[in-house]
Design a protein around this ligand. Structure first.
Ligand code: SMG
Ligand code: MG
Length: 375
């Protein structure tokens, strides 16, 4: 692939309802978009990616403006050099950017845009490229921390009525056992799980064990990102399966977590781990070890929601992901919205990872696009 231009634009897309987790309340998604204009074997092609980083470094150390900076200052010059040396493909982006430490969400956005451009040039869908084995994936929904238990029950009932196949409740100290009990009593059979976003410590082990009473599919990231050993210790005293999100940033860290007994289940977020190709490697590692995986979300717009669905259509994704309809977060998506149909999201069949975003949505939600010369 020969890179011609790369365009960065930061959008602020309002959420239909505030989304509260143990670390923040989001009312809009700040999303850095990456557009790549390139040629593959002389064929002009365009690809799009979005960056998983939030506006502030509260989920991980990355944030949208920082991602734009590292892309422009350090990542793009390396991609441009690889392009000039004629060794740039989606499959080489990872190794070309490897000398830059961390910044996985920034790298993932670039890899996605290059991959989208490459697949569009060859007319191949992302699902076909990955070897996906399903045409639709079960849809789960992540439910934020609410003001009261009655409001939580209303919210959950609405999602169950929409057909969501699995409910994930965000928890934090002071909002855990009682809300989970209330939802379990109202929906005795719904597949239910919880996500703490690292809000607890091992001192809370006895309290967290009370969640074992509610037949949860899993507990996601109760402890800090670097507490692998402590997650293993907590896993030994709980019957609820331990699932890691923030702690798993690569296939190597997934292998470590599995080996230590810190993860019986892994949430695979392509952005968190540096891109879809590393995400697939984690799927492969987990599958070889008999560890279940599911696809997590970072409130993706239509630029990445369908690609997540394609990833989740690989055979090792045996639990429903945080892949809900566009309407879960957005009144207006950047592309044709993804819809929930019979509890599922269809895996896209168009070439590449995403549709071209609607120009009017980019104009309405975005700041001035910045074209970065890569020649
Ligand atoms: O995209 O459906 C989605 C969001 C799923 O809960 C979700 N993501 O820790 O898993 C997680 C959170 C991270 C983002 S919170 C702003
Ligand atoms: Mg999580």
């Amino acid at each position: 692939m020969i890179l011609d231009t790369v365009t960065l634009q930061t959008l602020r897309v309002p959420l239909v309802t505030p989304f509260t987790t143990s670390f923040s309340t989001q009312t809009a998604r700040t999303v850095l978009t990456v557009r790549v204009d390139a040629r593959v074997n002389g064929v002009e092609t365009t690809g799009w990616g979005e960056c998983g980083a939030l506006a502030e470094p509260v989920y991980s150390e990355e944030y949208a403006a920082g991602a734009a900076d590292v892309i422009e200052r350090f990542l793009l010059p390396r991609l441009a050099a690889a392009s000039r040396d004629d060794r740039l493909t989606a499959e080489t982006v990872g190794e070309v950017l490897e000398p830059i430490v961390g910044h996985r969400m920034a790298k993932a956005a670039l890899e996605a845009a290059v991959l989208d451009a490459q697949l569009k040039a060859s007319g191949l869908s992302f699902a076909a490229y990955l070897g996906a084995t399903r045409t639709r994936v079960p849809s789960g929904v992540s439910v934020g921390i609410q003001d009261s238990i009655p409001r939580l029950l209303d919210t959950v009932a609405g999602y169950v009525d929409e057909g969501y196949q699995r409910i994930k409740l965000k928890i934090q100290p002071g909002w855990d056992v009682e809300p989970v009990r209330a939802v379990r009593e109202a929906h005795p059979d719904v597949p239910l799980q919880v996500d703490a976003n690292a809000a607890y410590t091992l001192v809370d082990a006895a309290h967290l064990r009370r969640l074992d009473a509610f037949d949860l599919l899993l507990i996601e990231q109760p402890l800090a990102e670097d507490d692998l050993r402590q997650h293993a210790e907590l896993a030994r005293v709980m019957t609820t399966p331990m699932c890691l999100d923030e702690s798993v940033v690569s296939a190597a860290s997934a292998a470590d977590a599995i080996h230590l007994g810190a993860a019986a289940v892994i949430n695979i977020k392509p952005s968190r781990v540096g891109g879809y190709l590393e995400a697939r490697r984690i799927h492969d590692v987990a599958r070889a070890s008999g560890i279940a995986v599911w696809c997590g979300g970072m409130l993706e717009t239509g630029l990445a929601r369908g690609a997540n669905a394609a990833l989740a259509a690989l055979p090792g994704f045996t639990l429903p992901g945080d892949i809900s309809a566009s309407s879960r977060f957005y009144a207006e998506d950047l592309t044709t919205p993804y819809v929930i149909d019979d509890g599922h999201i269809a895996v896209p069949t168009f070439p590449g990872l995403c549709e071209e975003p609607h120009a009017d949505a980019l104009a309405r939600f975005g700041d001035a696009a910045r074209v970065v010369s890569v020649a």
